[in-house]
Design a protein around this ligand. Structure first.
Ligand code: 2RA
Length: 331
């Protein structure tokens, strides 16, 4: 069986990567509809050797034969148009933060909670990129030993801000100021992703806390985060400090990670092998290394997790959710 697929936000960095990933994974597409704002309407985009004209996203153009709609056009667009596509019987897989914490919307990383797809009411949310990449390894640890506390420190690439983040890094390297970031990002670190809240945290940090709890089904898990933008083009890295409920064996942890689908262990420090953004870029897996005990607490573990934030952190995870819908005959 083949499906009618819409991509909303088709000209953006994630939108373009949706197309690449759909093609690479041989997604069973019957008809493809590419939507974007009026600015891009009429533009031609190539997919699988065919040209497609961008359809302007407006109320009149929402087709009623769409099975799956992949959204990545910003929170405002998702809030407004997600329900409109769902009302026409599409299942929306939304990459924005608009619906993630809505209790009627499943928030899914297929390596952790694919079964949640069955509970959708038209919209399924794709988690935040920095959250997605840590979930497969945390799921392994939770199943084996139980999670007690998690501390995240992130090192997030400029691609997380879309093309404008990449443009700022490149402009800075030419000596120009940033247009989007509040400071230069080249040769710098900016401990500020998304907006600040009254409690001193950024929204990005709170997303990591809340989304981790929701995906893992652990509403009381102790989690905290510090999120930092780094002058890396593509690929987020997260230092993950974990306290486990039960004692663990390091070799058993490493073997369990290696066995987990979607996770690749890169941990051979004698030969300088550890995950790095340059190597993770362009890949769909999550890379874990620097696996070591934290002796400052009972059952403490330190990890270094790297992934391509536009692929596993956005497009690939969303397409995997769409594949689950098909596998589970939900669509
Ligand atoms: C970032 N988490 O890296 C965001 C993208 N969704 O800025």
């Amino acid at each position: 069986k083949k499906y009618n697929v819409a991509v909303v936000g088709a000209t953006g960095l994630v939108g373009q990567t949706f197309l690449k990933v759909l093609k690479e994974r041989n997604f069973p597409i019957d008809n493809l509809y590419l939507y974007a704002s009026a600015r891009s309407a009429g533009k031609k985009v190539e997919f699988d050797g065919k040209e497609y004209e961008i359809i302007e996203l407006n109320d009149d153009n929402i087709r009623d034969d769409i099975h799956i709609a992949l959204f990545s056009a910003g929170g405002g667009t998702s809030k407004e148009y997600g329900p409109k596509f769902a009302a026409k019987n599409a299942v929306v897989v939304d990459n924005s933060s608009a619906w993630r914490m809505d209790k009627n919307v499943p928030l899914i990383v297929p390596e952790a909670n694919p079964e949640a797809a069955a509970d959708h009411s038209g919209i399924i949310a794709n988690p935040n990129c920095s959250t997605i990449q840590v979930i497969p390894v945390l799921k392994v640890l939770d199943e084996l030993y139980g999670l007690k506390r998690v501390i995240y420190s992130t090192y997030q690439a400029v691609a997380g801000s879309g093309q404008k983040g990449i443009d700022d890094l490149e402009a800075n390297l030419r000596g120009e100021d940033s247009k989007g970031y509040p400071h230069k990002i080249a040769f710098n670190l900016i401990p500020h992703i998304d907006t600040f809240l009254d409690n001193g945290y950024t929204k990005e940090e709170i997303k990591m806390v809340e989304e981790t709890r929701k995906i893992l089904g652990l509403p009381d898990l102790k989690v905290t985060a510090t999120c930092v933008r780094v002058p890396v083009r593509m690929g987020h890295a997260v230092s993950v400090n974990v306290e486990l409920e039960k004692p663990f064996d390091l070799k058993e942890v490493t073997e369990a990670f290696a066995k987990k689908e979607g996770v690749i262990v890169k941990d051979d420090v004698k030969n300088n092998v550890y995950p790095m953004p340059l190597e993770a870029a362009g890949k769909d897996e999550v890379f874990v290394g620097r696996i070591r005990r934290d002796d400052s607490v009972e059952n403490g573990l330190n990890l270094w997790v790297v992934a391509d934030n536009i692929r596993k952190g956005a497009a690939t995870n969303a397409v995997q959710i769409a594949e689950e819908l098909i596998k589970r005959e939900i669509v």
